[in-house]
Every structure is written in structure tokens, then in C-alpha cells.
Design a binder for this molecule. Structure first.
Ligand SMILES: NC(=O)c1ccc[n+]([C@@H]2O[C@H](COP(=O)([O-])OP(=O)(O)OC[C@H]3O[C@@H](n4cnc5c(N)ncnc54)[C@H](OP(=O)(O)O)[C@@H]3O)[C@@H](O)[C@H]2O)c1
Length: 236
């Protein structure tokens, strides 16, 4: 930890990887702004919560305003909020398309723009996206082009922003998970999903949280897509 108590924003923080990330950051002494549509108020003085749809710029503005009012700065942004709709390409509806782009792309764009402006003014910061290894190993058993379209865009934007801001102290990285045990996946599917990984099993939320904590403490790492995927991106 640096001299000051670090402040992190975590999107999609009500459950799954986002909730686990909030818990992991708290154990490391961070103060956290946790946001999602349904997130409840917290009585923990180290947590501020903001309820809202992260695809709306107004939510991003409230999250930033809350971070500054409660904790005075923003050191880390974890862009975790995301939805996954797996379907054959021609079955996607216009509503599917709009929902996935709003959450996965607009939900990244607005809060990241506001956070990086603040980080530059502070002299530094770190942004980390949660993407997916499906981007690099399309799986005929899991057709999901909207995930590739949006999370692939986030991988590209990660490298682009890392280079744009490298000289101004802002690092930008991504964690690319395999399939992780969260409420996103019904337990009845776990055995089959585990077999989609070379290591033969699914990942745990802690695997992703540990990767985020590593990237946040790695000043020489930027523009990295860190695969935490049981070998998926390496091959089959
Ligand atoms: N689990 C996996 O196997 C896996 C694999 C690869 C990548 N990922 C990525 O990891 C991230 C977290 O996944 P997860 O498994 O933890 O998912 P999850 O259990 O479904 O949780 C998703 C979180 O995002 C929030 N959210 C969804 N839509 C939102 C919106 N429009 N505005 C604000 N918040 C929204 C949800 O909260 P509310 O309902 O309260 O809004 C929830 O907290 C996602 O980006 C996902 O694509 C997951």
C-alpha cells in the first residue's frame, strides 16, 4: 500500500466477481465505492454504495461524485459490470444487442472517461477491465458473438488507453477469465463448464480477485491482458 489509503471503484459489485473484489480490496485496506443497479446501502465506513445502471452516464457521474465526496480521490477503477448472453448469432434480438452494448461498452466508457480524467489530475491511477477468454478461443459449444464484440473491444481499448496514458501515470490492464463459479452459472452446469478448460475445472472468484490485486500492485505492468482461464487461451 502507498502512504495514503487507496480508493477503488468497483462496478457490478452486488454479487459474483464484483462482490468478491470489494471484499478482497477491503482486506487490503482500500476504501471502496461499490455500484450496481440493486446494491444496498452499507453501514461499513470504508464502503460507499451507488445504485444505478452503469450504462447511463448519470450513474457514472454519481459514482465519481460519491468517491470524491466520501473519500477524496480515486486510485483504482475495476470495470467488472457485464452481462453474457450466449445464442446463435442469428437468434440475437435487437434488445439483446442494445442491452449487451449498454452494459459492457457504455458501462465501461462513461465511468472510465471520468475516472481517468481524475487520475491524470491526481498524478496517477489504475483501470482494470474484466473481459473473457472466449474472445481468443471461440467455442462452437458456446456461441456468443456479443461477448466477443464487446469484451474484445475492451481488450483493444485496454491496450489503446494504456499507451495513451502511460506517460501520465495511469496504467490500464484487463483480467481475462475462463468460466468462474458465480451466480452467472447455475450449479447444474458446472461439471460441463469445467470440461471447457484444459485444467478440467472452473475457476473460483478468488482467482480473479487475486489477479486484480496483483495488477493493482504492479507499477511496471500496463496494457496487459492477464489470462486467468485454466489454460483456455493457450489451447485445447
Ligand atoms: N463468471 C464467469 O464465468 C465470467 C467469465 C468471463 C467473464 N466474466 C465477466 O466478469 C464480470 C462479472 O461476472 P459475474 O460472473 O460476477 O456476473 P454476475 O454474477 O451476473 O454479476 C454481474 C454484476 O453486474 C451487475 N450489473 C449487471 N448489469 C448491470 C447494469 N446494467 N448496470 C450496473 N450493474 C450491472 C449486477 O448487479 P445488479 O443486478 O445489481 O445491477 C452484478 O453485480 C462480467 O463482466 C462478466 O462478463 C465472468
Amino acid at each position: 500500500m502507498s502512504a495514503h489509503q487507496k480508493v477503488a471503484i468497483v462496478t457490478g459489485a452486488s454479487q459474483g466477481l464484483g462482490a468478491a473484489t470489494v471484499a478482497g480490496l477491503l482486506t487490503q485496506g482500500y476504501r471502496v465505492v461499490a455500484t450496481s443497479r440493486t446494491i444496498p446501502v452499507s453501514d461499513d465506513p470504508n464502503i460507499a454504495t451507488v445504485a444505478g445502471d452503469i450504462g447511463d452516464r448519470e450513474t457514472a457521474e454519481r459514482v465519481m461524485a460519491t468517491a470524491l465526496a466520501r473519500f477524496g480521490r480515486v486510485d483504482t477503477l475495476v470495470n467488472n459490470a457485464g452481462i453474457f448472453i450466449a445464442k446463435p448469432f442469428t437468434d440475437y434480438t435487437e434488445e439483446d444487442y442494445a442491452r449487451v452494448l449498454a452494459t459492457n461498452l457504455a458501462g465501461f466508457y462513461h465511468i472510465t472517461q471520468l475516472a481517468i480524467a481524475r487520475m491524470v489530475a491526481q498524478g496517477g491511477g489504475h483501470v482494470v477491465q474484466i473481459t473473457t477468454s472466449l474472445v481468443e478461443h471461440a467455442n462452437s459449444n458456446v456461441p456468443s458473438v456479443l461477448a466477443s464484440l464487446t469484451k474484445g473491444g475492451l481488450n483493444a481499448a485496454t491496450r489503446s488507453l494504456a499507451i495513451e496514458y502511460a506517460s501520465r501515470g495511469v496504467r490500464v490492464n484487463a483480467v481475462s477469465p475462463g468460466i468462474i463459479k458465480t451466480p452467472m452459472h447455475d450449479p447444474s452446469t458446472h461439471e460441463w463448464l469445467g470440461k471447457q478448460h484444459p485444467v478440467g475445472h472452473m475457476g473460483e472468484a478468488a482467482d480473479i480477485v487475486n489477479a486484480i490485486l496483483y495488477l493493482d500492485s504492479a507499477p511496471f505492468v500496463t496494457g496487459e491482458i492477464l489470462h486467468v482461464d485454466g489454460g483456455q487461451s493457450a489451447g485445447h
